[in-house]
Design a protein around this ligand. Sequence first.
Ligand code: BG6
Length: 529
Amino acid sequence: MAAAASTDTENPLTAGLERLPVAPTTLVIFGATGDLAKRKLLPALYNLAHEGALPERFHLIGVSRKGKEHEDFRAECEEAIRRFSRRKPDDSVLASLLETVKYIAGTFDDDAVYAALGQELDGFEKEAGEPLNRAFYLSTAPQFFPVIVDALGGNQLDHHEDAQVRVIIEKPFGTTLEEARELNRRVLATFDETQVFRIDHYLGKETVQNMMAFRFANGMFEPLWNRNYIDSVQITAAEEIGIGSRADYYDAAGALRDLIQNHMLQLLCHVAMEPPVSFTAEGVRNEKVKVLQAIPQLSAADIPGMAVRAQYGPGHAGGEDVPGYLEEEGVPEGSITETYAALRLEVDNWRWAGVPFYLRTGKRLARKVTEIAVTLKPVPHLAFSQHGSLGVQPNQLVLTLQPNEGVSLRLGAKIPGTRMIIRPVNMEFLYGTAFLSQSPEAYERLITDAMRGDATLFTRNDEVEAQWRICDPIVKYWASDLDPTHPPAHPGPPDPGPTHPVLPKYEAGSQGPREAEGLLREGDRWRAI
Ligand code: BG6
């Protein structure tokens, strides 16, 4: 690889940070011509190359169904990087990254593909005169995950005498608990768990990792971090965008599977986990699994009061009039897929018993915001009430993941003047301002960690199953006759009215459905999006 570009201005706060070494590796991307590869993986590789964070010897092989030559694929990679990279590419770094890129065309169950892959991998090693680690990135439609894993095993590509072989698996990891278990069984029949890296890109986000620094590197918060001081936790992942061209995937998934089962439960785990003994893959993941296990499964009787779903109708978002979900291209007529989901969960353990954890996510909401808001209990006594202690609100700590990464703490402060009138003010910390640098994209961190064999920021087999254990009853309930929004299994004579009159709707660009209010404990409120 060519030397990294040295055009970035030195930042005194981050200077001197040493890059963790990555052993020589060949990365193979299955589904290399897909959207994720173009938008995220290739730009991430470029940015790693730009920063000198790729190993000295690094090769890339793309595998996909479409027939094309190595050169065509290289040109496509270049185009994708130029279009989607977070920084303007430096020509020489880009040329050096793409110089040896190879492409293999074929279907994922075809042994000829794996024979060709084996040859390319061996060819790179011969050239290098040393064994190279291998990382297989499965960025395909999920039905191909087990097919590729089986084929890698069947073609003896799952191990190497003298180098590490790893497999990186994209989401969704199953669409039900049963499917996740089956996929784990298939994957672990070929690979050892230490070779498997299940991606949840939220874990690669700086602010999510900073949750751990925030909680466990500051003595100030941890003593308060429990049911004695914390009143409620609210986690929001709101998006302004609709489903774009992803109707095929999205209509089968819905908001609960798309974001809550993975990203949002991970955020919850970071808030609720016990301090790990060490920041190691097993240490951290053991604690997260304990949190997930402490969340009681919702029964059919509980679900209507603890889970709300809804679908967006037409409205105004991002400065333009936008269609409703049912009018989006590719959405089946009368679809009852939820584009919004909100839950009230409890973490039934010593630390958190009785504290509601509110989770909500949706497409086409008022704006993009991902945040964790921790509200403390009100003070027990207002000493200055006779002076009109107007506006006193409980402290609230808000960790914003996007768009402006940072932390803000709501405090009560006296308004200057002769009367004792209090109003809430915010104490803010913003990443961009404090560190003067752009945070790396989540995939940059995750690809490096997978190549280094560090699984701390990846979901373990029991963890992904524990996430599904929580979501499965809700998915099933929403798909069953028990749910009043679902059409009867044996419909009677055609109903002239709308097919699903009770599936809650919300206007695109709004705060979401009114029904979500019903999940809140008395006195609690959703934060404005
Ligand atoms: C993906 C979901 O996992 O996360 C998308 O499939 C969603 O539907 C995306 O838009 C959100 O990620 P981010 O990083 O933009 O918050």
